[in-house]
Design a binder for this molecule. Structure first.
Ligand code: MEV
Length: 431
């Protein structure tokens, strides 16, 4: 368990890669093979059977976000992403929310939806009646073939019907199978289940079944996270901004995204920067999460933000996020990808619901970092500093030299590798 550990690790970003790994090892219960897994990653032999026509491996950076305190428990967050600033931003925002007591999260039962499309139904009302009467029998059919998911306490939870008006070829009758997938994402189990009961549905409705497939709008399986940032934590002395001013600007930024789909799309993209990075690290299906998130953001008929930020009665900043989170901790790539397994060990998580809540918290933190920067100094300021730091390191600056090289690049407004190399060479001569 990681409950007795503190994820607030001072200057983690300033440590060398090797030092970061040592810290991680001391954090983990079972750090064996950490170096080997991180250096080797997925082998070509492991990758070959995963998809078709494999020719090799495509690698991405694997980073760790710090400072996450969620429901009183500390987490180090594994993130896989190519975009600079995301990991640092998540860590900074988690620190702000930590100052307000940390994230509070919860999640729904892991209920997924499998859809069956039925056409040419002679009497839709009668068909619905017959499906209702047969609900228990259909659920028993599903559970009879569900194997390990039923053993773990999951399985069919209900059958619902929907009628969708359609002028092209007659109204559609849609059956939803509600299916508790426990710790699995569950796509295979649900698809097998809806295919299995489709002939029975045809008999009951006297109609013709077309599609049988899960829905990625998994709105019965949502994760929720909330957090408060004390206004004082948001003050920016350099820019002459009080905490209260920053709270107000962030609330204004939130309202912009809540009202305008153009802004909401970018706002939600920032949220997904964090969410996808953890979903990727843990070997989950980020396309399913993306599809569900954006469809949920449009659930009221207009596309809106997945988060809301408001000022509390005390003048502090309070934020919340709510979105579908169809992720698993068993099966799929999580089981076969060695780095995904390592990510799960770093998180110290077995249950899918806990993982879904951690991911929601990361999304909320990522959003806070983005809109805080946008509502104060602008996003480029931090990006350029980070970029300059990376160039300084790439140019061979020693740890003592990095700060000076970064400042000189920013002062000269010349953030290029060539200039970094010149500064490093000058520094070496003068040193
Ligand atoms: C960039 O990857 C993400 C942001 O554009 C998000 C936002 O605008 O809220 C900074």
């Amino acid at each position: 368990m990681t409950t007795d550990k503190n994820s607030q690790i001072s200057k983690f970003y300033k440590r060398s890669l090797k030092e970061r790994r040592e810290i991680l090892k001391s954090w983990m219960n079972d750090p064996a093979e950490l170096d080997q897994t991180l250096d080797q990653g997925l082998t070509t032999a492991q990758a070959d059977p995963m998809i078709e026509n494999v020719i090799g491996i495509y690698s991405l950076p694997f980073g760790i976000a710090t400072n996450f305190l969620i429901n009183g428990k500390d987490y180090l967050i594994p993130m896989v992403i190519e975009e600079p600033s995301v990991v640092a931003a998540a860590s900074n925002a988690a620190k702000l929310i930590r100052a307000g007591g940390g994230f509070t999260t919860r999640s729904d039962e892991p209920i997924m939806i499998g859809q069956i499309q039925i056409l040419d139904v002679p009497d839709i009302n009668k068909a619905i009646e017959r499906i209702k009467t047969a609900e228990k029998q259909l659920m028993a059919m599903v559970d009879a073939i569900a194997g390990s998911i039923v053993k773990r306490g999951g399985g069919a939870r209900g059958i619902e019907t929907r009628v969708i008006p359609n002028t092209l070829n007659g109204d559609l009758l849609i059956v939803h199978l509600l299916y508790d997938t426990r710790d699995a994402m569950g796509a295979n189990a649900i698809n097998t289940a809806v295919e299995h009961i489709a002939p029975e549905i045809e008999t009951l409705t006297s109609g013709r079944v077309n599609l049988k497939i899960l829905s990625n709008l998994s709105d019965r399986r949502k994760a929720y996270a909330e957090g408060i940032v004390p206004a004082g934590e948001l003050a920016q002395e350099k820019e002459n901004l009080t905490g209260v001013q920053v709270v107000d600007s962030i609330v204004e930024a939130s309202v912009f995204a809540e009202c305008d789909p153009y802004r909401a799309t970018t706002h939600n993209k920032g949220i997904m920067n964090g969410i996808d990075a953890v979903v990727m690290a843990t070997g989950n299906d980020w396309r399913a999460i993306e599809a569900g998130a954006h469809a949920y953001a449009a659930r009221h008929g207009h596309y809106t933000s997945l988060t809301q930020w408001r000022k509390t009665e005390n003048g502090d900043l309070q934020g919340r996020i709510e979105l579908p989170m169809a992720i698993g901790t068993v099966g799929g790539a999580t089981r076969v990808h060695p780095t995904a397994q390592l990510a799960m060990k770093i998180l110290g998580i077995d249950a899918a619901r806990e993982l879904s809540e951690v991911i929601a918290a990361v999304g909320l933190a990522q959003n806070l970092a983005a809109i805080r920067a946008l509502a104060t100094t602008g996003i480029q300021h931090g990006h350029m500093r980070m970029h300059a730091r990376q160039l300084a390191i790439a140019a061979g600056a020693s740890p003592e030299m990095i700060g000076r090289v970064v400042e000189a690049m920013i002062k000269a407004n010349n953030i290029r590798l060539e200039y970094a190399k010149t500064l490093v060479a000058q520094g070496e001569q003068s040193g």
